[in-house]
Ligand binder design. Sequence first.
Ligand code: CDP
Ligand code: CDP
Length: 215
Amino acid sequence: MNDESTKIVAIDGPAASGKSTVARQVAQELGIVFVSSGEMYRAFTWWVLENDVDPTDKNSVLELLKSTKFICGKSENKSTITIDGKLLTRAEMASEPVNQNVSVIAAIPEVRARLVAEQRAYAEKSGVVMEGRDIGSVVFPDTPLKFYIDASPEVRQQRRAAEGIEDSIANRDKIDSNRKASPLVIPEDAVVVDSSYMTAEEVVGEVLREIRART
Ligand code: CDP
Ligand code: CDP
């Protein structure tokens, strides 16, 4: 497991806990690919809205899923997602309508099955640092490198507000933690980091120390 090219680092946690900031920097340090699984759920949600499909109408969402072609690639060691030929931008994926509807779409088991297959495919080609909600529990349950990044609800709300993004994170957290399919949980063997009073750099340092100690 000393070879960086085979490392699978799973980072989970609630909204605005700092997962993607930390995962991006850890991946950079290790020289492996950073994958935001949330972007995949966000990209498909954007596509649902773009097609005027009602996110709560499961049959119509599944019909669209069947006819949708995803290309999950990478650019400069960061995951990218192309849907029916369109490369999604960060702004599209982080828009307010997407924030409002993504947890409803992500609760549909068939949507998850399709995207989990894409997520696992990344690890067939190289080492990855992947962040999301079910990466340690469902996507890569066998990896020994699991982290759960937490922060208090107040701090998380402040972090999102400081970014100038409108986001009902409490509502998403509620749906993500209570859904039947792959809910947000703390994997039993995960290292839990409460980042409420830590800088992102301190969290990165702790994650890297733990990875080095374990491999
Ligand atoms: O960055 P933030 O934590 O706000 O959200 P994200 O990681 O981009 O994920 C957006 C939404 O996608 C989450 O609220 C979940 O509903 C869903 N998601 C999921 O269900 N499973 C994952 N592995 C990643 C995201
Ligand atoms: O991916 P997730 O939604 O969990 O969080 P993020 O988008 O990585 O981070 C939300 C904001 O919190 C960003 O502006 C970070 O710079 C900031 N932040 C952090 O990520 N970690 C800390 N320990 C402190 C602040």
